[in-house]
Design a protein around this ligand. Sequence first.
Ligand code: FAD
Length: 420
Amino acid sequence: MTLNRRHFIATGLATGAFLAAPTVWGQAKAKVVVIGGGAGGATCARYIAKDSEGAVEVTLIDANPIYTTCFFSNLYIGGFREFESLQHGYDKLAGAGITVINDMATAVDRAARTVTLAGGQVLPYDRLVLSPGIDFKDGSVPGWSLDAAEIMPHAYKAGPQTQLLKKMVEEMPQGGTFAMVAPPNPYRCPPGPYERISMVAHVLKATNPTAKILILDPKDKFSKQPLFEEGWGKHYDGMVEWVGPDFGGGAVEVRPDTMEVVVEGEAQKVDVCNVIPGQVAGKIAALAGVTDDSGWAPVHPDSMKAKADENIWVLGDAAAQGDMPKSAFSANSQAKVAAMAIRGELTGSKVFPAKYTNTCWSLIDTDDGVKVGASYEPTPEKIASVDSFISATGEDAALRKATYEESLGWYAGITADIFG
Ligand SMILES: Cc1cc2nc3c(=O)[nH]c(=O)nc-3n(C[C@H](O)[C@H](O)[C@H](O)COP(=O)(O)OP(=O)(O)OC[C@H]3O[C@@H](n4cnc5c(N)ncnc54)[C@H](O)[C@@H]3O)c2cc1C
């Protein structure tokens, strides 16, 4: 059932499974509210509902009726995917007995254990799951604010911003300059900015071969750097220039009015400017009071339970958990651990030791895919990487093609796992 704020009603009464559901620990059916219907939240809602077989009432709140994946959005910019292929609705989750509400959660009252929505509803919970993704850090790139995002898009929350950036790349004047202001750590999808550069270069090579790409980066190294640099040299020789912090990449100001980037006091005119600002947990995590000074929400590594509140779980990008990168793969993996722990608390079901995995694929050019990944286990301090792998430079074309094809299978699999 998908509900909007106007006609929210309790769900489940029409579902046979709910009528027959067992009582939870001798009380009324336990309530789980999940804020954020993305990689972490939708997976968690789905697994709690599926595995508790109606014993737990699950409500999933997302601001939007359609979720557009950031993952593979770079491939859309590169012309390898249609925009619609990134879009997923909540119908199957609603059909599986989850109450889906499309509204913004505006407040969490931890003492009363309620969530308030923009439309005015107040939802009680026994356990609350927060998977709100990211928000941008105010002032992280001088001269840029969300008001400037129509001129200098971030395209780091997928949707109209991604479409805008693609259009700007396609309409760039011949021989023009595409600039990216890359984000500081930690941020969602460590290889994401550099896969994006590859996809922009792929488009420009075909349509605008004298164009230049400038990356202004506050980090002195970045994810899969040797693989990307090898690929840029091989496929887009001379097109991509990376400027790290030693040469001013960490001290960048932008001027949206004049389309300039200012590096160490020197202004340069550019044609497209993709600003990916510094990031923090999605705002509702801070409103709920579960974030710390870093802007992220510390969690217990064995369950993803928030350190600040024993009734709240934080998943995905918003969580400060240790070694796992902020990725959809990680969020989906964490969500299953959380779902098991929550069910265990609410229904007494068995809870197995937490194990987590992640793989991040990136496309550099047609059939040239690379990947990085690891398995993780909880330690008392953090979620720790226990073994890892990464594509090697110099791999042959057949292996790179197979790696790309593996990523297509992953996308199909994970979106089915998230949205049913
Ligand atoms: C360009 C790019 C490429 C990427 N590529 C990959 C990749 O190849 N592989 C990979 O694994 N990951 C990739 N990622 C990262 C991945 O998209 C994120 O890490 C993942 O989506 C995080 O999941 P999440 O559940 O934390 O947040 P999200 O998936 O962002 O979901 C958060 C949801 O919460 C909702 N929300 C937030 N606040 C509220 C509120 N107050 N009320 C109601 N709803 C709210 C939002 O509408 C959103 O739907 C990429 C990211 C980018 C930007």
